[in-house]
Design a protein around this ligand. Sequence first.
Ligand SMILES: Cc1ncc(COP(=O)(O)O)c(C=O)c1O
Length: 447
Amino acid sequence: MPMDSAVSSLPTSSRAGSPADRGGSPPRLTLVGAEGPLSELPASDPRPDVHAGGVSWSIDPDLCFLNHGSYGSVVGSVLEAQRSIRDRMERDPVRFFKVDLEELVDRSRTALGTLVGCHPEDLAPLRNATVGLCTIFNNYPWRAGDEILVTDHEYSSGQYELERIAQRHGVSVIQAHVPFPLQAPGQVVEAVVSKMTGRTRMVMISHVTSCSSLIFPVEAVAAECRSRGIDILIDGAHSPGQVPVDIRRLDPAFYVGSLHKWVGAPRGASFVYVRPDLQAGFRTIALSSRAKKIRPARSLFLRDFDYMGTDDYSAFLVVADAIDALGGMDPGGVGGLMVSNHRRVIHARDIVCAMTGLTPSCPDEMTGSMVSLVLPEAGPEASQRPTRYDDPLQDALVERHGVQAPIWRLWENPGVRVARLSAQVYNRPGQYAYFARALAEELAREH
Ligand SMILES: Cc1ncc(COP(=O)(O)O)c(C=O)c1O
């Protein structure tokens, strides 16, 4: 198949999370897509491979599940590890919360620091990326008149919190328009830089965008910010496990990441990186009963974020197990998995485009393990149908075909309707052929 000619450059010998890998650098790779036209189409088949990667996936074996990107999927061994943490919590809840918790958080933090390329002690666990963004906005020392610059591909929850913050502090939210479809990463840099002014205090930008599935050139944007004394907040909710993350190299003020998506941790595991010089006074949104306990051996930053009140912390506590499981799914470890998922999704895109006449929306180098394809508009009657998702077309795909793939409009550009496809080891080419047929049939019904 043409996909096999895709080129990658990365270390393939170590498994992230293995002892040898823990002390090293994060996986690095270059994502390069397929060359040449698709030579053959796979037979249409909705079923995932629930044993792919030598692990056990819980996904419904009859569901054509093409949306790993939203909520991920947790493999059997990680669910088992989480169950054992919960059992330990039940055996002596007091010891668990008072004595064991910090040590268990540190185990995950160490594995995570290796995966995302930073000192573990600069990472704080949080339940999700939304809380991470909110915590940053509420801690930042805004001054009236400041500008925060965002792109029009940013995730909605961060935007909503920014609106509140902007009102409270007299800050202006400035939006840079990034076209979609687009031809080159340079268009993103150009769009953002063109909106920078002497008042720009912070740039918030996704590492991988949610609706449009684009890898943004955050390294170039971070370098621009550095040269102008602007703080950069990188929203990496989609990044760990999908693309290499090297926080040391990016050197942002803040980096937020989710671990339930492409790392495969249970939901409730995310993190925020805070640059060391910004950690003093950076506190949780709600202060816990331990907020004034003085313990010189441990920084206030860690003490605050490791215990934020009574909760089930088990999702974050099995992050090391999730990274280990992820690294075991591909002979090339986590880095190898990123490359093979990239190939899978480029193949998927080519199948769907060949079968539907849709066209790619971005160059392969801007694609990780997800692609978004721009769809034609529905007729007036079809667009008025009710939806339990975000677009009636998705309801039709789920109910009539057993296909789970999101159909969305770009939040800040609602004239653009897209279908987003994810690729994880359990996805087979036949599923995308099945999706393409179902999509073509439902698009025809919309008129
Ligand atoms: C880029 C981006 N940022 C933030 C979020 C919010 O994540 P959560 O819903 O886990 O808080 C998402 C969710 O998918 C996202 O894609």
